[in-house]
Design a protein around this ligand. Sequence first.
Ligand SMILES: Cc1cc2nc3c(=O)[nH]c(=O)nc-3n(C[C@H](O)[C@H](O)[C@H](O)COP(=O)(O)O)c2cc1C
Length: 397
Amino acid sequence: MRKKERILLKNKSVLLGISGGVAAYKTVDLVRRLKDKGASVVVVITEAAKNFVTPLSLEVASQNRVYSSLFEEPMAHIKLPVAADLVVIAPATANIISKFANGIADDLLSTCLLSYKGKVIIAPSMNWRMYENPVFQENLGKILSLGVMQVGPEKGDLACGEEGMGRMADISDIVETVKGALSRKDLVDENIVVTAGPTREHLDPVRFISNRSSGKMGFSLARAARDRGANVTLISGPSQLKKPVGLTFIQVETAGEMLDAVKEKINDAKVLIMSAAVSDFTPVEKSKTKVEKDEKFTLKLRRTDDIISEVIKSKRKPFIIGFAAETGKNINRAVEKMKKKKMDMIVFNDVTEPGSGFDVDTNRVVIIDKKGRTRLGLMSKDSVAEAVLDRMMKIRA
Ligand SMILES: Cc1cc2nc3c(=O)[nH]c(=O)nc-3n(C[C@H](O)[C@H](O)[C@H](O)COP(=O)(O)O)c2cc1C
C-alpha cells in the first residue's frame, strides 16, 4: 500500500525552504508527508529557523543533507534550484516574503529564490499584526502577481497567544497544494461534477435512514480532478471530511437535494462521477414531531429518483462514471448496472473485503468500461482516483 501511494509524487523533487517562524517545528511532518507521496525533499533552512527546528531532525526525515550556509558549498544557490521541480517555503516569514519581493539575496534561501525559475509555493505564517502590515501586504501582493502560489494563512489561535489571521496552513493543505502544482494538467477547464458521501432520509425531526459512506472516495476523485486542472463541483452528503480548497462545494442532505444539485450543475458538465451512496429509499411520510416509542409504528418507504437515470435524459449527456459497492464478488451485476444505466464506466468494489469500502483510506477496485476490465490491487483512495481518471482519459481518447 505504501508503495502504491508513492506514485503520486514519484520522481518529483521539492526544495523546501524553512524560514524562522514558530511553525517551523511542524516541517518535520511536512517532509515526511511529501516523502510518503514519493517526492524527494531537499531542505534549505535559515539561521533564524534553526531556533525552532533542528537541521538534524530534518536530515533524518528527508534522508538528505540539509543546507543553510551560502558559502559552505559555493554553488548550492544555483544547483539546488536547478534540480528542483518545485520550491515550497513553509513557514514563510514576513522577512523572507519581503526579501523575495525586493530581490534581496543575503543568505542561501533568499539567493536560491532569486535564481529559481520554476513554481514557488509559500505558506505564510506570522502574528496578525505583521500579516496586516501594509508594507508586508504590498510585498506579498507583488510576488503573488508574479505567479507565486499561496497556501494559507488561516485565522485562529497564534503561537503568541493572540487570535487572528496568521496561522500557517495545515500540513495536509500544503501537501495538497504541492500535489496540485506538480500534477499533470490533462483536464484543464473541463467542468466535472462529483458526488460523494451518504444521504440522509428523515423519518422525523431526530431520526433518519443513512448508510456508512464516509465520502472519502468522492473527495479523493474531486481533489484529483481539480489537481489535473478541472473546474470541479463536489456535491456531498453529510461527511466529517475537510472541505477541499479550490473547487465549488455544495452541501446536501437528502437524495432529493442531491438530485436537484446535480440537475442544476450537469448542463455545463462534461463528466459526472457518481461516487455518492445515494439512498435508494426514503420514508413515504416525514413526521413533523418526534415519533414516540409507545406509538405503534410501521415505516413505509418509497424508491428515490435515480440520479443517473435523470441525467441521461438531458440533451447533452455527460461522460458518466458510476460506482458499484457490492457485498460479494458480484462483478457481473456491476456490468449489468453500467449497461442498464448507460454509464461509460463503472468502478466495482466489494465492501466486505478487508481494506475496501466504507470509511477506510484504501480501496481495491475493478474499473469496468466498454473496452474491458482493469483490476487494481489494494491502494489508497487517492491512487484509485488517479487510476479512474487515467482510464477515463484513455477510453475518451
Ligand atoms: C519567538 C519568535 C517567533 C517568531 N515567529 C515568527 C513568525 O511566526 N513569523 C515571522 O514572520 N517572523 C517570526 N519571527 C521573527 C523572525 O524570526 C525574524 O523576522 C527573522 O529575521 C526571520 O528570518 P528568516 O526569514 O531569515 O528566517 C519570530 C521571532 C521570534 C523571536
